[in-house]
Design a protein around this ligand. Structure first.
Ligand code: RP5
Ligand code: MG
Ligand code: MG
Length: 280
């Protein structure tokens, strides 16, 4: 499980809120810290009851079933059972210096999916490019620049209630990297390629907790990062990328240890490089 690094950064995203400082040795809940009294923050927009968010705990008629599928809302963690203290779910990795939900909608796990779309880097003659030092072929993946923080990231997004993760993976890639929600021009060619790409065999890269800067003591991100790979480039070399929705820019990025990415996405790319035998 990823340790907290990004989930301890201040100010809390989209706000002036400073997290209560948590020294590394006190992240773990098992370390006794009776004086711990984190700042309480839930973003004003989350409190307006948008459809993707829970009501405040204790609201009339709201009795969430934690560690279970609660109607269409998946409140089970991808990892172990999480603890619920006096009706409030507790971050399984440890303290974050903020209680409440911050920018996240759900109490407990907030489920996302991260599509990692890859091809081998080729020169102008279509030959694979290898790294001069490692001699390994260079893999490229589609990265987006997030509008909220300007960081580069995998084009992931939240799993809607009742949605299959395979559907989220494809939908989020289309929305953020192909601008399917308001794309201009003829999408038919792109659609055929996407259909073929997402029907191929895929590789599960990571499943579990995300060290996301929006995490709090009571709400956190979890994801399934899945790789769809185009071995020859016949599908992806001609794909027209266009940023959309919560992505400001989109481009192919070479996989390497230099990748600096949102949350702990770089650790997913490292696993991917190992699994595919690519340069890192
Ligand atoms: C990260 O936030 C996940 O890994 C995923 O990439 C992303 C989902 O949130 P939004 O992009 O919808 O804000 O924790
Ligand atoms: Mg999205
Ligand atoms: Mg997104």
């Amino acid at each position: 499980m990823a340790a907290h690094v990004k989930a301890l950064t201040s100010p809390y995203p989209g706000s002036q809120v400073q997290r209560t400082p948590v020294p590394p040795e006190k992240i773990c809940w098992q370390v006794d810290w009776p004086e711990y009294d984190p700042v309480d923050y839930t973003a004003p927009y989350v409190l307006t009851n948008p459809p993707w968010a829970d009501p405040p705990l204790g609201s009339e008629g709201f009795s969430p079933k934690f560690n279970a599928l609660d109607g269409a809302v998946q409140r089970q963690s991808l990892q172990d059972t999480y603890s619920v203290e006096k009706g409030v779910p507790r971050n399984p990795v440890g303290r974050t210096g903020v209680k409440g939900r911050g920018l996240l909608g759900r109490w407990g796990p907030n489920h996302a999916a991260d599509p990692i779309i890859t091809r081998w880097k080729q020169d102008s003659d279509g030959r694979r490019v290898t790294d001069v030092n490692t001699g390994k072929p260079i893999l490229q993946f589609v990265a987006i620049q997030r509008k909220d923080c300007g960081q580069w990231a995998i084009p992931g997004g939240m799993v809607d209630p009742g949605e299959l993760v395979t559907a989220t993976l494809r939908r989020e890639f289309c929305e953020e990297a192909l601008n399917s929600l308001e794309g201009t021009g003829d999408q038919t060619e792109n659609e055929k390629k996407i259909q073929e790409l997402f029907s191929q065999e895929h590789l599960l890269i990571y499943k579990g907790y995300v060290d996301d800067p929006r995490n709090t003591d009571n709400s956190w991100m979890e994801t399934q990062a899945v790789n769809y790979h185009d071995e020859t480039g016949h599908l992806l070399n001609q794909l027209r990328l266009e940023a959309g929705d919560d992505a400001g820019k989109v481009q192919w990025v070479d996989v390497s240890s230099e990748c600096s990415l949102y949350a702990n996405h770089a650790s997913f790319i490292l696993i991917l490089a190992h699994k595919r035998g690519a340069h890192w």
